[in-house]
Design a protein around this ligand. Structure first.
Ligand SMILES: [Zn+2]
Ligand SMILES: [Zn+2]
Ligand SMILES: [Zn+2]
Length: 138
């Protein structure tokens, strides 16, 4: 597990419980945004007994602390991935096989400035996910 992640957790006065450690470890092993049920399945396979509610709650704590980002591909569920060590980026998910690829750029930088100018809001976050067909499925 990444030491700086643990450190930021402890600085925040949170206890690093066994489920939290285990969920972090699952996210660190995986290179794509995972759904709550995928995380839960992976924990169960590793013989770690954590119920779904705990997985949900833990991910929402991680989100509040800025440790994970949340993405949504019109599946009716959120997916989570660790922010640490990864630049801000977007994703595309295949409708056929479910493969998710990173898009290592943000095409929205200029748009964000326009949104702020136009609305006088301060933009805190944004999402932009693509759905399509991968090279194997197209
Ligand atoms: Zn595919
Ligand atoms: Zn990603
Ligand atoms: Zn972006």
């Amino acid at each position: 597990m990444g030491h700086s992640l643990l450190a930021s957790f402890q600085r925040d006065g949170r206890r690093v419980t066994r489920p939290r450690k285990a969920i972090l470890a699952v996210l660190e092993r995986t290179r794509h945004p995972m759904s709550v049920s995928e995380i839960h399945t992976s924990l169960t396979r590793g013989k770690i007994a954590v119920d779904l509610v705990t997985v949900y709650r833990t991910l929402s704590v991680f989100k509040q602390l800025g440790m994970v980002s949340r993405v949504e591909f019109q599946e009716g569920q959120f997916r989570y991935e660790l922010c640490q060590g990864r630049a801000h980026h977007h994703h595309i998910r295949c409708r056929g096989c479910g493969h998710i690829a990173d898009l290592m750029l943000c095409p929205l930088k200029k748009v964000l400035a326009m949104v702020e100018r136009e609305t006088r809001f301060l933009v805190e976050d944004h999402s932009l996910e693509f759905i399509g067909w991968c090279p194997q499925c197209r």
